[in-house]
Design a protein around this ligand. Structure first.
Ligand code: BES
Ligand code: MN
Ligand code: ZN
Length: 493
């Protein structure tokens, strides 16, 4: 969606729809003037409690020629005192989703309400862009019915320079591209988004932004001794791969931040096969990989002054005559041996080799992995927060803070040594699956064994990568979780 900027007076601006933010507990000057133009219609709506300004509530009205805008979309901002960038982001996303429902493709968004229109502009743009997402490329019928947004005009208050606003809009656009890339990759089905598809997405990204990109193929992985990653891919016709992307920020010195993303393109469970009901959701098991690619895309476009490496182990977890089996013992790249007691605990296997590779190859200043790792995390936190664990409290705390600022919330879980008892094997150094109890933590504890002395944090995004319901900045489906979080974290470093 294209974003234009204008200093037009919203009362004089001609547009198919004007979006007006409204408080629950007070009226802005613009609200009063628009209400007067509409013969008190807005005040009647609030007197009847038809529209109260509750956060994210919307109401579409026809202006019947009383304003140059053909329609007015009211969107609730909640209580005046509670308004912050996060709520404005949400309100903008809710407004755009209401416009999609009403099939209004072009609209103007008034920024006149904001006391500090300039500083929150980026959040409003982000919300509008994120809320406009849809994924309908596999719908071939009724093409005429298909809806796409054409453009949004931001109406800036006097005193806000269009030039400074433009750079904020552009920044929001770069971030949006990254989130979109992640959402698209997750939305594609497993027969399309294969390990090879992820590799070519990485190549495409590297060409767009001049990054370096390497893909280690199965034979390379075997030679290196990445036996855990190779084992997980054995049951599939699609070979496992390791994708490595490097971005060098202008003027950035020193060791890189390394992002590692779980890239299971489909998780059937393997020989420890999952129940059929809901198995289709396991096409999203590469959401960590998608988040890493989306973050690299946005970081490069935003020209962030950091050195950043993305490492993506990718494989398809399938049952087959060649598949790895319960009881197998694997020697991981680190040398630690792993007894397989459940082939459905495959994420930690591909990650343990990737973490060891990343830490020895790049000597990271910080290493952060993202993975749809455990169903237990969904049980513990539902869909409102990702699980957060790590070996470095400062890194954990700054991720948590970044999450609060951008609205992608994280909740910390402990990684005490006692949890490791569940991972003891009779035959090898470790087993790959603990019991049901503390399943998110025992998985995190397993990964920790491969992080060495590197500052490391782990995000379990099993409950947040996909949403069965529509949210203000994230329509139903792939959320692109992790991209905004990581960009916010990198910006704050
Ligand atoms: N990809 C799944 C975890 C998952 C579950 C992601 C639900 C998103 C939604 C992971 O590979 C898995 O199967 N984990 C097992 C681990 C168990 C065997 C120790 C699980 O959570 O049941
Ligand atoms: Mn699994
Ligand atoms: Zn999985």
């Amino acid at each position: 969606m294209k974003i234009d900027l204008s200093s037009d007076n919203p009362l004089k601006h001609a547009t198919p729809a004007l979006v007006l933010g409204c408080f629950e507990d007070g009226e802005s000057e613009l609200f009063i003037r628009i209400d007067a133009a509409l013969d008190g219609c807005l005040k009647r709506l609030s007197a009847n409690r038809e529209f109260t300004g509750k956060l994210n509530a919307t109401r579409l009205l026809d202006t019947l020629g009383r304003l140059p805008a053909e329609r007015l979309l009211l969107v609730g901002l909640g209580k005046k005192k509670e308004l912050d960038a996060g709520r404005q982001r949400q309100a903008a996303g809710s407004a755009v989703q209401a416009l999609r429902t009403a099939r209004v493709a072009t609209f103007a968004l008034s920024q006149h309400l904001l006391s500090d229109g300039d500083t929150t502009l980026e959040a409003v743009c982000e919300g509008a862009l994120l809320g406009s997402y849809s994924f309908d490329i596999y719908k071939t019928k009724d093409k005429k019915e298909r809806f796409t947004f054409s453009g949004m005009t931001l109406l800036l208050p006097k005193g806000v320079s269009v030039k400074s606003a433009r750079s904020k809009v552009d920044r929001a656009g770069h971030l949006w591209n990254g989130v979109n890339l992640a959402r698209d990759l997750v939305s594609h089905p497993g027969n399309v988004a294969t390990t090879g598809y992820l590799a070519s997405a990485a190549h495409g990204l590297s060409e767009r932004h001049g990054l370096s990109c390497r893909v280690l193929e199965r034979s390379d992985l075997e030679k290196l001794g990445m036996n855990a990653l190779v084992a997980v891919g054995k049951g599939s016709a699609e070979p496992p791969r390791l994708i490595v992307l490097e971005y060098r920020g202008d003027g950035a010195k020193g060791r890189p931040v390394v992002l590692v993303g779980k890239g299971i393109t489909f998780d059937s469970g393997g020989i420890s096969i999952k129940p059929g009901a809901g198995m289709e959701e396991m096409k999203t098991d590469m959401s960590g990989a998608a988040a890493v690619l989306g973050t690299m895309e946005a970081a490069a476009a935003l020209k962030l002054p950091v050195n950043l490496v993305g490492v993506i182990p990718t494989a398809e977890n399938m049952p087959d005559g060649l598949a790895y089996k319960p009881g197998d013992v694997l020697t991981s790249l680190s040398g630690l041996t792993i007894e397989i007691n459940n082939t459905d605990a495959e994420g930690r296997l591909i990650l343990c080799d990737a973490l060891h590779y990343a830490r020895t190859e790049f000597k990271p200043a910080a290493m952060i992995d993202l993975a749809t790792l455990t169903g237990a995390c969904v049980v513990a936190l539902g869909h409102e927060a990702s699980g957060l664990m790590g070996s470095d409290q400062r890194l954990v705390d700054s991720l948590k803070k970044a999450g609060e600022r951008c609205g992608e919330r994280l909740w910390e879980l402990p990684l005490w040594d006692e949890y490791g008892e569940a991972m003891n094997s009779d035959i090898a150094d470790l087993k790959n699956a603990g019991g049901r109890d503390g399943g998110t933590i025992t998985a995190g504890w397993f990964l920790k064994q491969f992080s060495g002395s590197t500052r490391w944090a782990h995000l379990d995004i099993a409950g947040t990568a996909w949403s069965d319901k529509s949210r203000p900045c994230s329509p139903k489906g792939a959320t692109g979780v992790g991209v905004r979080l990581l960009i916010e974290y990198l910006r704050s470093r």
